[in-house]
Design a protein around this ligand. Structure first.
Ligand SMILES: Cc1cc2nc3c(=O)[nH]c(=O)nc-3n(C[C@H](O)[C@H](O)[C@H](O)COP(=O)(O)OP(=O)(O)OC[C@H]3O[C@@H](n4cnc5c(N)ncnc54)[C@H](O)[C@@H]3O)c2cc1C
Length: 496
């Protein structure tokens, strides 16, 4: 039921089409702009909504295009969609697609996403919410566009990476439907943080109050059962997720077959929470002490699940905070400061795939050293197949290639190597982005841009004296790292 503020009925002729009018509460008239109903949302949800395109209330249903919050619990985008569906008395359709056309579409990514789709389908079914999973073929007409044409609104997640911004823009160009984007990922909403910060300690300080106010708050679920969707006309038969022969399906698709599914990381909320519970029991208590040593394997390995929202960051943060220990605080610093610093930075930075994104001192210093002689230039394939003359780097690359993941401490060394093996910082960034996003299950996330740009000086300070190639940007030679990491043991650990 609606409570709270009254919206003025602007369009008097349309009063007969009031979709819900509870005496003493609120009236909404078809034909007014959707943004007028913003005041009906709780603070928690309103701070997460950004109106990508406003428009009048028309259309047959609410469409939630689910992609990065693939769960039916603690999901602010689903809650926004449910609230609109309730207030406009419209059915709700949750639509999830994997598209052959999207960048980095590979067997690895699709296997993980399909596994996630199976879990969310069940969860949505238990809540009686209609769900459609779709495989969008290359060059076929886009089902999302057709669904959007009939919808009153499209709700989607606010995922600030270039490929997702382009996808939202394409939907906007191809339809006239109102589109709302919802921040489903950050405990301190990106809009509340309000700008791109370039140092973690400043972000940590300036958002501390906002974080403390939200961290331990229980999640207030919207318990509403939308009316069922009318039957849709689909251009071809829908895939039945439960019976899907994954291997056969993946090999039939027009995607990257060089990047195979990984055996030891299953997608979905069930596998994600299983991994989380095991981490909390076994590794979280020593996270602050051991996290930098990949051989002690103390990190959570939750990043791929967080990227697709198979697990709720609110729940993870709340549970970690309940331990009130130095180890939990360190974990929360990674999850809430470094991760949300990256999200907020990406949200408010236009050019993420160019060295224009890094601070002026770093651009200048790297340019000053652009003509420095590189010890070796490797081709993309030599890098991809881990064929450099550096054993530690090759081991790191094998971890990405074979397991789709890389421990943070080794990842820093992996990323810093590109500047010396490529012709300039643009080339370094392009190769890093491609390898990271293609291979890592957590790739193409705001934290990816945070980490990759960090290798070129982002979120860092100048490190004098100037060095060849790096200038004032902090370097991190693999040879030095190899002195404190037993590469043979590391190779055994990653199964290579
Ligand atoms: C070159 C480079 C590339 C990176 N690419 C990615 C990427 O593609 N996707 C990605 O999620 N992270 C990336 N990171 C950040 C970090 O390496 C990973 O988030 C972390 O290794 C994931 O492992 P975990 O889940 O075990 O982390 P944990 O140590 O258990 O940390 C918990 C969570 O906090 C977040 N987190 C931890 N460290 C960072 C960090 N430095 N920056 C931002 N968030 C962090 C992640 O969501 C992580 O799951 C990159 C870092 C570097 C240096």
């Amino acid at each position: 039921m609606l409570t709270g503020k009254v919206i003025l009925l602007e369009n008097h002729e349309a009063q007969s089409s009031i979709s819900r009018l509870e005496s003493g509460y609120v009236g909404i008239v078809k034909g007014i702009h959707l943004s007028a109903i913003l005041d009906l949302f709780s603070n928690f949800l309103r701070q997460r909504i950004s109106i990508f395109r406003d428009g009048k209330i028309e259309g047959k249903y609410v469409l939630y295009w689910m992609k990065h919050a693939v769960r039916a619990h603690e999901n602010p985008a689903l809650d926004v969609a449910l609230k609109i569906s309730e207030n406009l008395s419209l059915p709700l359709l949750v639509y999830q697609q994997i598209s052959e056309e999207e960048p980095y579409a590979s067997e690895r990514r699709f296997a993980f996403e399909i596994e996630g789709a199976r879990d969310v389908q069940q969860e949505l079914q238990q809540r009686s919410i209609d769900y459609l999973f779709w495989i969008q073929r290359r060059n076929a007409s886009r089902l999302l566009d057709s669904l959007a044409k009939e919808a009153a609104i499209v709700v989607a997640e606010d995922m600030p990476v270039p490929s997702e911004r382009e996808a939202k823009q394409r939907l906007r160009d191809n339809s006239e439907v109102p589109i709302w984007l919802v921040d489903t990922a950050c405990i301190v909403p990106m809009q509340v943080a309000g700008k791109a910060y370039d140092r973690a300690f400043v972000y940590r300080q300036q958002t501390a109050k906002e974080r403390a106010a939200r961290l331990e708050a229980a999640y207030d679920e919207i318990d509403y059962h939308p009316s069922p969707m009318p039957k849709l006309k689909l251009p071809e038969e829908q895939i039945a997720l439960d019976h899907l022969g994954l291997t056969a399906l993946l090999s039939s698709l027009d995607i990257d077959h060089e990047v195979k599914a990984v055996g030891d990381t299953t997608g979905g909320s069930n596998a994600g929470y299983q991994r989380w519970r095991s981490f909390v029991k076994k590794q979280l208590p020593r996270y602050d002490k051991d996290r930098n040593d990949p051989l002690l394997s103390p990190s959570s390995r939750m990043s791929a699940y967080l990227r697709l929202g198979h697990v709720s960051p609110f729940l993870i943060a709340r549970e970690a905070a309940s331990f009130k220990s130095a180890a939990a605080d360190k974990f929360l610093d990674e999850l809430l400061v470094w991760r949300e610093l990256a999200y907020t930075f990406c949200r408010f930075t236009k050019q993420l795939e160019s060295s224009e994104a890094i601070p002026t001192w770093a651009i200048q210093s790297l340019r000053d050293h652009e003509s420095d002689r590189r010890p070796q230039i490797y081709s993309y394939d030599e890098l991809f197949f881990a064929q450099t003359n550096d054993r530690l780097w090759n081991a790191a690359q094998l971890s990405l290639l074979n397991r789709g993941e890389l421990h943070n401490n080794v990842r820093m060394t992996w990323g810093k190597a590109f500047l010396q093996w490529t012709k300039d910082s643009e080339d370094a960034l392009a190769k890093m982005i491609s390898l990271n996003h293609r291979l890592a299950l957590d790739g193409n996330d705001p934290s990816s841009y945070g980490g990759l740009l960090w290798c070129l000086g982002q979120f860092d300070r100048p490190f004098p004296p100037e060095k060849p190639i790096f200038g004032l940007v902090r370097d991190r030679p693999a040879a030095v790292h190899a002195k404190r990491l037993d590469v043979e043991k590391y190779l055994l650990l990653i199964g290579s």
